[in-house]
Write a protein that binds this ligand. Structure first.
Ligand SMILES: NC(=O)c1ccc[n+]([C@@H]2O[C@H](COP(=O)([O-])OP(=O)(O)OC[C@H]3O[C@@H](n4cnc5c(N)ncnc54)[C@H](OP(=O)(O)O)[C@@H]3O)[C@@H](O)[C@H]2O)c1
Length: 322
């Protein structure tokens, strides 16, 4: 079958290790099943894998991709939950299983014609969503859902700041946050992306690092070093920064004086549970919110999608179709 793999890793030239071509069919073990992939979304995770972060070199070649929507062995339309973990060892939340992995870390990922996954990782795809829209949910939209509705401890009406408005998680945060009744402010380095953030429903958009009209209840942080200082400075006393990623670097100055003096909370967040993915699909059905797709490409043109994401030249998700 056709697949897109990480064949080699290079921290400074991630595209050099990307290979497109024939790959062995999946062989699902007991309790697993095969999904025929109809659409798969690209995430920064796939670029990190090519750079050598989060994917062990001895597992190469590895089919990339965390996100997919497709058809199961019984012909049902499904969304694939990307977290491979055991909820029973982690108080019912597989994201807290110390042995959990994401598709494409230990098991082949979704950028292929067919994919093997545990049966429990299949969630029904709502008919109201296209395969392309549904493929955006398992990583970026689920991560945004958990940040906003589980980890941030917010009530509707709170003001949140979303850093790096153009990103896949960031656009999801704007859409879901707005639909849930938060006042949403966003930053971006690009004026065009600030304008798009307003179109999506952000109440105000600012240049990265700009002084805000007032401090916010919570900051949603995916950018890392480039925005971390601004995130801490933007919080009200007692505020929370929820961090799920660090695209620009993971070692900013901690600014501990500010953290303890203003009694700030720094909260990590990763992916979401299968049950949260199911609730997210209902949330989209009920609110009418639909994922923002920057571009849709056939999987055979995956290299172009990777290049756009690496260049930061996207607003919303890049989706591959089969
Ligand atoms: N923990 C999890 O479960 C989880 C899940 C999903 C993603 N992530 C992580 O979250 C991060 C974002 O993921 P994504 O897929 O949304 O990535 P993305 O689409 O590449 O978004 C990154 C955004 O960050 C901003 N940015 C990048 N470099 C910057 C810089 N030097 N200065 C200021 N802003 C910068 C850009 O926003 P502007 O151009 O608008 O400024 C860009 O659009 C990644 O690191 C990813 O690995 C983690």
């Amino acid at each position: 079958m056709f697949a897109v793999t990480a064949a080699r890793q290079d921290a400074s030239d991630p595209l050099s290790g990307l290979e497109l071509g024939e790959h062995a069919e999946p062989a699902p073990p007991d309790g697993w099943t095969t999904v025929t992939v109809r659409a798969a979304a690209l995430n920064h995770h796939d670029v990190w894998s090519l750079r050598g972060v989060g994917l062990a070199a001895d597992r190469l070649p590895m089919i990339l991709g965390c996100d997919a929507a497709g058809v199961d062995e019984d012909g049902r339309e499904v969304v694939v939950h990307a977290v491979i973990g055991d909820p029973a060892v982690a108080g019912g939340d597989e994201t807290l299983d110390p042995r959990r992995s994401l598709l494409s870390e230990r098991h082949d990922g979704t950028f292929a014609e067919r994919l093997a996954v545990p049966r429990r990782n299949l969630v029904p795809k709502p008919a109201a969503l296209t395969f392309e829209q549904a493929a955006c949910l398992p990583t970026a939209y689920l991560t945004a859902y958990r940040m906003l509705f589980d980890r941030a401890g917010l009530e509707p009406g709170a003001t949140i700041l979303v850093q790096g408005a153009g990103g896949g998680v960031a656009t999801a945060l704007i859409l879901l946050g707005r639909a849930a009744g938060f006042r949403v402010w966003a930053t971006s380095r690009s004026e065009a992306k600030q304008a798009r953030a307003l179109e999506l429903g952000a109440d105000q958009a600012f240049e990265s690092g700009a002084r805000l009209p007032e401090r916010v209840d919570a900051v949603m942080e995916t950018v890392g070093e480039a925005t971390w200082g601004h995130s801490l400075r933007s919080l009200k006393p007692g505020g929370t920064v929820v961090v799920c990623g660090a695209t620009s670097g993971a070692m900013p100055a901690a600014d501990l004086n500010r953290v303890f003096f203003l009694q700030l909370s720094v909260v990590g967040s990763t992916m979401g549970s299968r049950d949260q993915l199911a609730r997210l699909t209902t949330f989209l059905e009920q609110t009418g919110v639909r994922p923002v797709i920057d571009r849709t490409l056939p999987l055979t043109q995956a290299r172009d999608g990777f290049a756009a994401l690496i260049d930061g030249n996207v607003f919303g998700k890049v989706v591959f179709t089969l």
